[in-house]
Design a protein around this ligand. Structure first.
Ligand SMILES: C[S@@+](CC[C@H](N)C(=O)[O-])C[C@H]1O[C@@H](n2cnc3c(N)ncnc32)[C@H](O)[C@@H]1O
Length: 463
């Protein structure tokens, strides 16, 4: 029985990084997980949760810094929920990400002999996100160096959430993972909101006007979409902000207003109005063009996405005469990427607007061999007449529904390429599929530098 007690504070040495990105200490062999620590740190931590076989500690102070720590580029990185690994060198981030994939396969999937390659790195590792969503809040969280400053008003902030709170935001002035012009746009919006007569939306009282600012950037065309999310329709107010933005930033090709009074913290509007320019932004992946609307899903790291899809294409190894089934097809980007390599590709996706975008994007690229079906995969697959040679599967973080695993096995394509953004559900699903498939190899691809998240592509061949 460990001597560690709840609510007590201990001096602990961090020896490893656990999945989920937390530091791991093992006093007397008993695991204690502590957020924002890295191996080699000696820390003072308070035990906030204690279970039979593990505990969670809250970092109070770093007593001795690990030699692997480097100053983060971002001044908020020790407080914001965005990039908790920024102080870890990028090489080490990649090493830990690879290990997390291997360990998940071992411990969750009981798959011990799978070849996992070195992670394909992101380039760039800053300014890599093509989409950011900032929340407006009437409760601004103060940074330690702001606490004493009485001139700072606490009644408005626009930025990212403090982890563990749902209504407090850090007033972010410089986010390092989005392209730098985004920070100037953010600053302009902040100044406008501050002097406007309308308060930020309060998630507790559900009063207030300004909800979110969503920015999208196109790498190929260096243009921007600004999406202002408000609770009510007030065209006089948002049009004024829109004019200021378009006058100051010729790179803005689209200004949208999503309006929603939904009590959940979702930015998709019940109504959407195009205030200026186009109602979408154009982006390219390889030689293909895509129209992306404000609420469509699109991989957030454009350059890494091209690496990911190239790997999908390599693993699919198509010769031109195959029938391909793409499960969880989103806006159709994978079928479009593979369109020149197969006879036909059918994508299945649950979100109606994504299916509409997928069809539009296939037309935009003059592609006639891709089709898209709308529906829940577990309901669509049983009625499917086609027999796929190759199947691509790219599920959300929760992985595949159990029924879908059974349906995939009974369809039994020769080859499956499984794309996953969650090593834990990847391992769980691969174990189920491995009854009749060999997991040949896995290529992790980094889409999210400075976070513990990692994307993986797995190649499975029928036994
Ligand atoms: C990780 S995204 C992959 C999108 C796409 N392959 C890409 O690379 O952009 C997962 C997609 O699965 C869709 N989805 C989630 N659950 C689904 C279900 N039960 N049936 C069909 N599609 C689903 C989501 O709407 C989302 O577009």
């Amino acid at each position: 029985m460990t001597a560690i007690k709840k609510s007590k504070t201990y001096e602990l040495e961090i020896t490893d990084l656990a999945f989920g990105g937390k530091g791991l200490a093992k006093p007397e062999g008993y695991p204690v997980f502590i957020d924002r620590c890295i191996p080699g740190d000696l820390v003072l931590a308070k035990i906030i949760k204690k279970k039979k076989s593990w505990a969670e500690g809250k970092l109070i102070k770093i007593l001795k810094m690990s030699s692997s720590r480097h100053p983060g580029k971002c001044r908020y990185c020790n407080y914001c929920g965005g990039c908790k690994w920024q102080e870890l060198s990028y090489d080490l981030q990649l090493e830990y990400k690879k290990r997390h994939v291997i360990e998940s396969l071992h411990h969750i999937g009981r798959l011990k002999d799978v070849k996992v390659h070195d992670v394909l790195a992101s380039d760039p590792i800053y300014e890599y996100r093509n989409k950011m969503e900032f929340s407006c809040s009437p409760k601004r969280w103060l940074m330690p160096d702001e606490l004493e400053n009485e001139e700072i008003k606490k009644d408005f902030g626009i930025g990212l959430h403090v982890p563990g709170t749902f209504d407090k935001v850090i007033d972010i002035h410089q986010c390092e993972i989005m392209p730098s012009l985004g920070n100037q746009i953010l600053e302009t919006v902040r100044s406008f909101i501050k002097i406007s007569a309308f308060p930020a939306y309060d998630l507790k009282t559900h009063e207030g006007f300004w909800r979110f600012l969503m920015l999208r950037h196109s790498v190929a065309f260096d243009t921007w979409m600004v999406n202002i999310v408000t609770r009510d329709k007030r065209l006089d107010v948002v049009t004024e902000l829109c004019s200021i933005l378009t006058q100051n930033f010729p790179q803005i090709g689209s200004v949208m207003n999503n309006i929603t009074d939904s009590k959940s913290g979702i930015s998709t509007g019940q109504e959407e109005i195009c205030l200026s320019g186009k109602d979408h932004i154009r982006e390219k992946l390889g030689k293909f063009s895509f129209k992306i609307s404000a609420n469509s899903f699109f991989q957030t790291n454009t350059r890494s996405c091209e690496k990911l899809y190239s790997k999908v294409s390599e693993y699919a190894g198509l010769k031109g005469d195959e029938t391909v089934l793409d499960l969880y097809s989103g806006t159709g980007t994978i079928p479009i990427w593979l369109s020149g390599q197969a006879k036909t590709i059918l994508g299945i996706e649950i979100v109606k607007s994504a299916v509409i975008d997928a069809k539009m994007n296939a037309d935009l690229n003059s592609i006639s061999n891709c089709e898209f079906l709308e529906g829940d995969i577990k309901d669509v697959l049983p009625g499917l007449k086609l027999i796929p040679d190759v199947m691509i599967i790219d599920p959300p973080r929760v992985g595949m529904h159990k029924d879908v695993v059974g349906q995939v096995l009974s369809l039994g394509p020769q080859k499956i390429v499984y794309v996953s953004c969650n090593p834990a559900t990847l391992a769980r699903d691969l174990e189920m599929i491995s009854t009749i498939y060999n997991v040949k190899e896995i290529q992790p691809v980094d889409m999210f530098p400075h976070t513990y998240h990692i994307e993986s592509v797995a190649l499975l061949l029928k036994k």
